[in-house]
Design a binder for this molecule. Structure first.
Ligand SMILES: [Zn+2]
Ligand SMILES: [Zn+2]
Length: 101
């Protein structure tokens, strides 16, 4: 079992590996992730890389195209459990709102 990730306690899924997404994604999951879902292809083989919405992507591209200590997700990151993360990504994919950088 991988110990690379901390566990979080999800109301729906119990103890799960935690993932980080911008604060705009979690409230939009039940709306088809209409804010968009952008993530890196790797390096994690579990695919649970940080993700952010299209608005944050616009901000990112206007500020050099890479998250750094100075260029941070505008409204911070939220923790999503791995199951919720995969659900959000799948929903975004189904609505053609998934973009892999
Ligand atoms: Zn965002
Ligand atoms: Zn969950």
């Amino acid at each position: 079992m991988s110990e690379a990730r901390d566990l979080c306690e999800c109301e729906m899924h119990g103890a799960q590996r935690e993932t980080f997404v911008c604060a705009h994604i979690p409230p939009r999951i039940d709306h088809g992730v209409d804010c968009g879902f952008v993530c890196y292809p790797g390096p994690d083989d579990d695919g649970l890389t940080d993700a952010w919405c299209f608005d944050c992507e616009v901000f990112l591209n206007a500020n050099g195209g890479e998250w750094t200590d100075e260029v941070k997700v505008p409204d911070g990151l939220s923790i999503l459990c791995a199951q919720c993360y995969l659900r959000a990504r799948k929903i975004a994919d189904e609505h053609s709102r998934l973009r892999v950088n």
